[in-house]
Structure formats: structure tokens, C-alpha cells
Design a protein around this ligand. Structure first.
Ligand SMILES: Nc1ncnc2c1ncn2[C@@H]1O[C@H](COP(=O)(O)OP(=O)(O)OP(=O)(O)O)[C@@H](O)[C@H]1O
Ligand SMILES: [Mg+2]
Length: 217
């Protein structure tokens, strides 16, 4: 379906690349065009669309291309930083056998381990995992991870896992190995040296304090 929607949009507006999100492009269409577009989609397509980040994301909310190690999102209140993190984690967790095409070189068909690092455990639980923009709310029912608060662990149906860490207990990050990490609200951390070990890609959200920025940039 995700392949069909841009195709239909191209037919409606040839030569015009989406200036914002695909959702905003669709929203700005004349009523008749918008109706025609959705009539071409099945009910399943429409339901899938609800969770399709490629459809909803503004261009600045998608991960940069290329072989980057750390992606820093420095933006104002309500920009959609937490949502970006949750969507990025979903993508990394699901793009393995059974839930998507491939993950990335070296991790094909292998469940991945992801570190979720927040200021406190409560912040991570309430915002990154259970919040409106968090992983559970933004996951479709058939690819929603199981959340075990006592183990601070999410487990996807394909075996990928994400473990929640707190900047207040940085030593918990010593030992475990992860393929990826998502850090939310880095500037709230007191322990700036709390960097996940064995991490391939790191993304961090909304630092308020330049000192913390320098740790990552
Ligand atoms: N591209 C988008 N399309 C639709 N809704 C979006 C999009 N990006 C973010 N949102 C929604 O906007 C709201 C705010 O997003 P989010 O909580 O991620 O912002 P934030 O930058 O983390 O905010 P804060 O500064 O409070 O931490 C959420 O409901 C989120 O789901
Ligand atoms: Mg946020």
C-alpha cells in the first residue's frame, strides 16, 4: 500500500514532490481528488495507513540517509521528537524476518537489541513506551511489542527487544550489548557519560543544555 499511495499522488499532481508529509499533501487535495484517492484503497490499506510513518512523517522527521553513527534531533516543544524516536525504534525492531524486508548489513533476519535511555525510568515508561507518542501507542496491533515493566523490556513478535535504561543508573548500561539506542531528552540527564556500550546507531532528542550536546556531537 505504501508503494501505491505515492504513485496515486504522482498521478494527481505530476512533477510536484511532496513539500511536507504525504498526509499533509493528501489533506490539501481538493475534496474530489482526496475522495478518489481513498476510494482506490481497501479498508485494510486505510487501517495500515494509520500506522505508516512514511505517510505521516514530515521530511525533517525521517532518519538521514548514509552511514551515520549519531542522529541528533534538536527542535522545539511539540516538534514530534518523541514520535520520531518511537517510529525509528519500531522500524529497527520490525525490519527483520517476518515483519519487514531486511534490516541492514550484518543484521539481516536477526532480531535486534535496542537500548531506550531516558532521564528516569518513570520518564521512559510514561513517555517513550506508554506515552501518546510512544512505542506502544504507535504500533499496529499485529506488530505491537509485549511490554514487561518489571524487566523494563519490550519484546516484538519477531524476537527483537528493547530495554529501558535510566540516566540515573548509568552503570546498568555496562555489559549489555545493543545494535541501536534511542535517547530521549538528553539535556535532562545528570550523568552525561551514560553512553550505551556496543551501540551501532544512536539518536538523541531535544537537549536543552549545550554541554550535553558536546558529548554527542
Ligand atoms: N508527522 C506527524 N504527523 C502526525 N502527528 C504527529 C507527527 N509528529 C508528531 N505528531 C504528534 O504530535 C504530538 C507531539 O509529538 P511529540 O510528543 O513526539 O513531540 P515532542 O517534540 O517530543 O514534544 P515535547 O517537546 O513535549 O517533548 C504527538 O501526539 C505526536 O504523535
Ligand atoms: Mg518529547
Amino acid at each position: 500500500m505504501i508503494l501505491r499511495l505515492p504513485y496515486l499522488l504522482t498521478k494527481l499532481r505530476p512533477q510536484r514532490p511532496p513539500p511536507t508529509s504525504l498526509a499533509e499533501v493528501v489533506g490539501a487535495l481538493p475534496d474530489d481528488d482526496r475522495l478518489a484517492l481513498f476510494k482506490a484503497l481497501s479498508n485494510d490499506d486505510c487501517e495500515e495507513l494509520l500506522y505508516d510513518w512514511q505517510f505521516w512523517a514530515r521530511p525533517g522527521q525521517l532518519a538521514p540517509s548514509g552511514n551515520w553513527l549519531c542522529w541528533l534531533v534538536l527542535a522545539g516543544r511539540g516538534f514530534g521528537k518523541t514520535r520520531m524516536g518511537a517510529e525509528w525504534v519500531k522500524e529497527k525492531a520490525c525490519l527483520v524476518a517476518g515483519l519487514g524486508p531486511v534490516l541492514c548489513a550484518g543484521h539481516k533476519k536477526t532480531p535486534v537489541r535496542i537500548a531506550l535511555v531516558s532521564h528516569t525510568f518513570a520518564d521512559g515508561r510514561d513517555v517513550m513506551i506508554e506515552g501518546d507518542s510512544g512505542i506502544l501507542a504507535q504500533s499496529p496491533p499485529d506488530a505491537r511489542p509485549k511490554w514487561e515493566p518489571s524487566r523494563r523490556k519490550l519484546t516484538w513478535p519477531n524476537g527483537s527487544t528493547a530495554t529501558l535504561y535510566s540516566s540515573e543508573e548509568p552503570d546498568q548500561l555496562r555489559g549489555p550489548q545493543h545494535h541501536f539506542a534511542w535517547v530521549d531528552e538528553l539535556a535532562k540527564w545528570r550523568a552525561a557519560y551514560c553512553k550505551p556500550s556496543g551501540v551501532g546507531d544512536i539518536r538523541a532528542n531535544a537537549p536543552r543544555n549545550e554541554i550535553y550536546l558536546r558529548v554527542f556531537v
